[in-house]
Design a protein. Structure first.
Lengths: 101, 182, 701
């Protein structure tokens, strides 16, 4: 059987990759994808632990909620990115460093 | 080594490899498509974790919804965005990524350390749940379980989530309309 | 003794003491007056005023008068000696004082009497020279040194004035120092004199080491310390101690070296012909009559020091010098050089006479030689002066001193001619002159001395005789070539005007004064017998020679007859040109004409090596010592450059490095506040990570 540890390890690695992408990418959409990766890693964790709670089934249900929230987040984030692009003509977060326009 | 484990390693490998590719590439299009593959692999992993409904939901919402949204947002946003994204620096290994790499690496080490300390398989509540037959077995029907739990125990989060979705929808729609300069 | 006799004796002593003190005072005045003249002339910077000449002349005149007084007082009576303590070193007391015995007062009178005509002559001879004052200053200085030399009583003072005399000679030889030959001549004279001085100093020091006194009376008197010491078995024993006998030989050698240098004996004789570069009046005073006689005077003072063998050596060297110089004088053509070589020859006679024990004869010859040689030099001066007039008037290119251009001057300069004849006869030693008395006394005594000797020593009187005839020959040649015949300048350039004459009283009076001393009358009432001369009687040490032997008549007769024959022969050869028997080339002629090649020998063996040594030392100093210093300089430069480089690159570089580090850290840290979202996120995550790591590592807060 697949042990719990293996799922957790995969989740940890995915989380760190997502973290790397957030900190180091120069493209807002790639940062968004990094956030998605981190969310996915968290959901994997939830699902892995949820296997041991059949009655309440908290793990899987919260995984569902997380997926929904991720979708909402992404939609709003994309709208913001579009606005930022219209304003600054670039989506490199390193170049958007002034508050005033 | 049962088939499930082999499958798990394959799925795990695909997920991690494609995630690495996503992290490493500079080309946005390739990034998005590899993310596509990562999401599918993750869905497979969910199945192996005996969460089949979650897996289907993942594919439907993430892949079919979010990814397509990103793709459309990227593709339809005009030539300037496309050009700006297509022109990336060509170096693969550059020293400016080092702090991020270091950070990520250290985080990974910390997490793994905690993992091994915790030794999840031997946690008391897990053992207890195994003993008290709380574990989800491979032949269980999860959909019914999820449905019942959603409407009884988790009704409040359900309703909250729906309101949130509505707010997000309105917000996103408002944010992304074209500004009419009047 | 009765009381009144005692009192009279005491009064007599007091009277005598008073006279002695007066004598000493006169002596001091006679010595110091020329010094005063020197100071006056030297500090007078004006050019060529007659005051200088008259100051010196009056000073020497008064000295002469005072010397005459002192001479009359001391000659043949008791000697006068006064001394004072000069300084003390440790236990040794050095005295300074005046000693007047026969020898001292004779020399005192001689020097001042010769110096007086020379001074008068010089006032006219040097009147056109622009360094008139300096000339008389130096001349007075010389007179002071020489007069002091003859009266001092201690060897230390003797040495001091000996050196001063040599120094005055140096100054006067190089008087016309703009002439290169004069400068070389005075250097040569001074260096050779210095060699003699070393010898004399060594001798004085050895004598002091043996006898612990410098006093001349204590050492050399009749019953003095030296006559009390003997040499036995190789030890020189004296009343005050003893030394190995070698020191006595060295002392005598040292004395001889001093004599050889000062009196131009072989081997240190080559400076005297070159010293003729000075003015002729200087040559007359210094290099004929007085300074060169100082060597013989030294011999007279220290005579008891020599023992038999050393005296024999002295005689041999004197004889050889006399012969050699006479042979050289035969072929010389420069008027003054002939006279210089003649001086060397006559000095050789004097030294030889000292060697054979004829102490009185030697000093007698010294006195007579002073007169006739000074006279001949002054005559030469007049002749040269007139030849220079001829040269200047007619623009000729002749050497005024060359006798080959002269001739027939007796018609133009009759007075000079007569006096030259007197001087010449005295030099040859013909009867009725004073030279005859002194020279024949030496010859006779040389024959008597060689009676008791054997072997080669029997040759010495023969060689002396030969030298006498050679002297006759070259003197006649000189006089004939200058005064007889026709003026050979006319053969070069016929038809020139000759405006020459004898000169004024300043030229004639000195000649006359000196000529008086050339005749017998001054010295002896008997023109033929030297033993009657008062000078001889006053100076002779009892050497117990028999008065009557065959030599006393044979020698004078033969010598003089043959001299007359030689003179006639020379006259015929040089005037009538009847016979020219002497080849003008050939080995003997060249040997004689080049001074027996002594100058070349000295030049090659001594002068050149010393110059090479000095060049080597110069090279050493220049390349090696300066090279070392340059090396140090370069090292210093290199070190300084190195330290500059270190300062610039290392020290400043270190500072620059610090600055760069700070800059980098600043730039780095600045990024975290730059407004970039990802950096904010990064720093946040880094802190969280740090907390986690610390928690994991179980750190206690």
């Amino acid at each position: 059987m697949i042990s719990l540890n293996d799922f957790l390890i995969v989740g940890a690695v995915l989380f760190c990759i997502g973290l790397y992408m957030i900190v180091s990418k120069h493209n807002a959409i790639q940062i968004l994808i990094g956030i998605e990766l981190m969310l996915n890693a968290a959901i994997l964790n939830l699902v892995a632990f949820g296997k041991y709670d059949r009655l309440n089934n908290g793990g899987q249900l919260f995984a569902l909620f997380a997926i929904v929230l991720a979708a909402a987040t992404t939609a709003v984030a994309l709208a913001i990115i579009l606005n930022v692009y219209r304003q600054y003509k670039t989506i490199d977060p390193g170049k958007i460093d002034q508050l005033k326009d | 080594m049962s088939l499930a484990q082999i499958l798990f390693y394959v799925m795990g490998f695909i997920a991690l490899a494609s995630a690495l590719f996503v992290a490493g590439t500079k080309n946005l299009v390739r990034c998005i498509f590899m993310f596509f593959i990562t999401l599918f692999a993750l869905a497979g992993l969910y199945v192996l974790a005996l969460a089949d409904f979650v897996a289907i939901t993942q594919i439907v919402i993430y892949v079919g919804g979010i990814l397509v949204l990103i793709l459309f947002a990227f593709m339809l946003s005009g030539k300037e965005t496309l050009n700006a994204m297509a022109q990336q620096r060509s170096k693969f290994i550059s020293i400016s990524k080092l702090p991020a790499l270091l950070l990520a690496g250290l985080f990974l080490i910390v997490l793994l350390n905690v993992l091994f300390k915790v030794d999840a398989d031997n946690l008391l509540w897990i053992k207890k749940s195994i003993r008290t037959n709380n574990e989800i077995l491979p032949d269980a029907e999860m959909t019914q379980n999820i449905g019942i739990n959603l409407m009884t125990k988790y009704l409040l989060p359900f309703e909250a989530i729906s309101i949130l979705l509505m707010i997000a929808l309105i917000g996103a729609a408002h944010l992304s309309r074209k500004e009419t300069r009047a | 003794m009765r009381l009144y006799e005692k009192r009279r004796l005491k009064k007599l002593n007091e009277f005598l003491n008073a006279i002695d003190t007066l004598t000493i005072h006169f002596t001091l005045a006679a010595v110091l007056l020329p010094l005063l003249a020197f100071i006056i002339n030297f500090s007078n910077p004006g050019k060529n005023n007659k005051v200088a000449g008259w100051a010196s002349t009056i000073a020497i005149l008064i000295s002469c008068v005072l010397s005459a007084f002192v001479f009359a007082k001391v000659w043949n009576s008791h000697q006068v000696h006064q001394q004072q303590l000069w300084f003390t070193i440790g236990d040794t007391k050095i005295y300074a004082g005046i000693l007047l015995n026969n020898l001292s007062v004779l020399m005192l009178l001689l020097v001042s009497v010769i110096a007086l005509p020379v001074h008068i002559y010089s006032t006219a001879y040097m009147k056109n020279d622009e360094n008139f004052n300096r000339y008389f200053a130096y001349l007075s200085f010389f007179c002071f040194s020489m007069l002091a030399l003859v009266v001092v009583d201690s060897l230390v003072l003797f040495y001091a004035f000996w050196e001063l005399v040599g120094f005055s000679s140096y100054l006067l030889i190089g008087f016309w120092f703009t002439r290169d030959k004069a400068v070389q001549a005075n250097k040569k004279a001074f260096i050779m004199n210095r060699i003699g001085d070393i010898g004399l100093l060594t001798a004085i020091i050895i004598l002091f080491a043996q006898y612990h006194t410098f006093d001349i009376i204590q050492l050399f008197a009749d019953k003095g310390l030296i006559t009390q010491s003997v040499i036995k078995n190789g030890i020189w024993m004296a009343p005050s101690g003893q030394l190995p006998a070698i020191w006595q030989y060295i002392a005598c050698g040292g004395i001889f070296l001093g004599v050889a240098a000062k009196s131009a004996q072989f081997p240190l004789h080559t400076w005297l012909p070159d010293a003729m570069e000075g003015p002729t009046s200087v040559s007359a005073l210094i290099h004929a009559a007085t300074m060169v006689a100082a060597g013989v005077f030294l011999l007279g003072r220290v005579y008891p020091l020599f023992n038999g063998a050393e005296l024999t050596v002295l005689a041999c060297i004197g004889c050889f010098t006399a012969f050699m110089a006479a042979t050289i004088a035969l072929t010389q053509n420069d008027l003054k050089r002939i006279l210089a070589y003649s001086t060397i020859s006559q000095l050789g006679y004097m030294v030889m006479a000292m060697g054979i024990g004829a102490y009185a004869s030697s000093l007698f010859h010294l006195v007579t030689h002073a007169f006739f040689k000074a006279l001949l030099f002054l005559v030469a001066g007049i002749v040269i002066h007139q030849m220079a007039h001829i040269k200047a008037d007619n623009g000729l290119e002749i050497d005024p001193q060359n006798i080959q251009h002269m001739g027939g001057l007796r018609k133009k300069l009759p007075f000079t001619f007569v006096l030259a004849l007197i001087g010449g006869f005295a030099l040859i030693g013909l009867p009725l002159t004073s030279g005859y008395l002194s020279k024949d006394s030496i010859l006779i005594q040389s024959f008597e001395w060689s009676d008791g000797k054997s072997g080669i020593l029997k040759l010495i009187p023969i060689i002396a005789l030969l030298t006498t005839w050679l002297t006759a020959f070259y003197v006649t040649r000189l006089i004939v070539k200058v005064f007889f015949g026709e003026l050979r300048v006319l053969q070069i350039k016929p038809g020139i005007e000759l405006h020459i004459s004898d000169g004024g009283w300043q030229y004639k009076l000195p000649l006359v004064l000196l000529a008086v001393g050339c005749l017998f009358a001054l010295f002896s009432f008997n023109p033929l017998l030297y033993e009657d001369a008062w000078l001889f009687k006053g100076l002779s040490i009892t050497n117990g020679l028999e008065r009557e032997n065959i030599y006393h008549t044979l020698i004078p007769a033969s010598v003089n007859i043959l001299s007359l024959l030689v003179m006639y022969a020379a006259y015929i050869i040089y005037v009538k040109r009847k016979a020219n028997v002497f080849p003008q080339s050939g080995f003997l002629f060249r040997l004689s004409a080049n001074g027996w090649y002594f100058d070349e020998i000295y030049n090659r063996t001594i002068v050149k090596p010393i110059l090479a040594l000095s060049n080597a030392a110069f090279w050493f100093d220049r390349t090696i010592i300066d090279g070392i210093i340059n090396l140090l300089v370069k090292t210093g430069l290199v070190l300084s450059k190195l330290s500059a480089w270190i300062d610039q690159y290392i020290i400043d570089g270190f500072l620059n490095l610090l600055v760069a580090i700070v800059e980098t850290i600043g730039n780095f840290a600045r990024k975290f506040q730059g407004g970039k979202v990802q950096y904010y996120l990064f720093s946040m995550l880094a802190i969280i990570l740090a907390i986690f790591i610390l928690l994991i590592l179980d750190a206690r807060f």
